[in-house]
Design a protein around this ligand. Structure first.
Ligand code: G1P
Length: 304
């Protein structure tokens, strides 16, 4: 059994990057192929050994609770019609993990949202998964992070190597050393100005494994970038005590809260889908030819 049993998913954000789709639907419920984005994140957590999950929400997020709850009316209907595959899928969602929901109350920042989990977490290490980031690695990155936390006792973050103009949208790390894809972190700054970025290593995908002492650091954190309580600032304060390690991600990562990257996720995940993949590949090949995409392609709508 993994030594990290609990995860926290901050999902109180209003999804303003994906309007108008997110006017009345939580961004976490936008479908990618055949399931809402947040289901990929829960599946990833479960694959890494997580059993118990707290989702931090806002008043508009009720569909998240409904999705992970039983739906007896739907189950009875599917059963009466003999639709066993659908019935199994619907039941499985409600039993993937023990789910809990609490509201953030005020939009005071990611650090504040994670701080809401203090009583739930108690005195054990826990994971945080930001639901905009979709991975399809079966929990590989999170499992490596959990092992690193167990062997070092540090705060463990996920990181990637990004172009300088992109990395400044993230927390940026200054490495002391890098060994076996783990960075020993000297400093960490939330969304620095371009001239202040100390490296190309950014905190994305948004995955963290924290010792419970992070809650004292959050309590001591004052508003930072954007006037919000930033988790990055609380992490920076932990460098002097537990230390901070960054585990490098080399797998695909999609920002499902961003329209173009959501399209990329949809296409790539559909191509790898057991049931839909082969048919979708044919469809995509036709679309590519029809629109003249690719080196040899000529748009069929143009006269040659
Ligand atoms: C948050 C974190 C940031 C991190 C990013 C990853 O920023 O504050 O440090 O790099 O998630 O996606 P946000 O994207 O919520 O502005």
């Amino acid at each position: 059994m993994s030594h990290v049993r609990k995860a926290v998913i901050p999902a109180a954000g209003l999804g303003t990057r994906f309007l108008p789709a997110t006017k009345a639907i939580p961004k976490e419920m936008l479908p990618i192929v055949d399931r809402p984005a947040i289901q990929y994140v829960i599946e990833e957590a479960v694959s890494a050994g997580i059993e118990d999950i707290l989702v931090i929400t806002a008043p508009s997020k009720k569909p998240l609770e409904d999705h992970f709850d039983r739906n007896f009316e739907l189950e009875a209907l599917l059963e009466s019609r003999g639709k066993t595959a659908g019935l199994d899928q619907v039941k499985a969602i409600a039993s993937m993990a023990k789910m809990h929901f609490t509201r953030q109350g005020q939009p005071l920042g990611l650090g504040h949202a994670i701080g809401m989990a203090r009583c739930y977490v108690g005195d054990e290490p826990f994971a945080v998964l930001l639901p905009d980031d979709i991975l399809t690695d079966n929990g590989e990155l999170l499992s490596r992070m959990i092992s690193t936390q167990a062997s070092t006792g540090s705060v463990v973050v996920a990181a990637g190597h990004y172009p300088l103009e992109d990395v400044i949208s993230y927390g940026v790390i200054d490495p002391i050393s890098i060994a076996d894809d783990v960075i020993d972190v000297a400093s960490i700054v939330e969304k620095p100005a371009l001239e202040d970025a100390t490296s190309n290593y950014g905190l994305a995908p948004g995955r963290y494994v924290f010792p419970p002492s992070i809650f004292d650091a959050i309590d001591a954190t004052t508003p930072g970038v954007g006037g919000e309580i930033q988790i990055t600032d609380a992490i920076a304060a932990m460098i002097a005590s537990t230390g901070v390690r960054a585990v490098l991600n080399h797998n695909n990562r999609y920002d499902a809260g961003q329209k173009l990257d959501w399209l990329r996720a949809t296409v790539e995940i559909a191509l790898g889908h057991d049931e839909l993949g082969p048919g979708f590949r044919e469809l995509l090949t036709d679309i590519v030819a029809k629109h003249g995409i690719g080196a040899a392609g000529t748009p069929s709508t143009e006269i040659a």
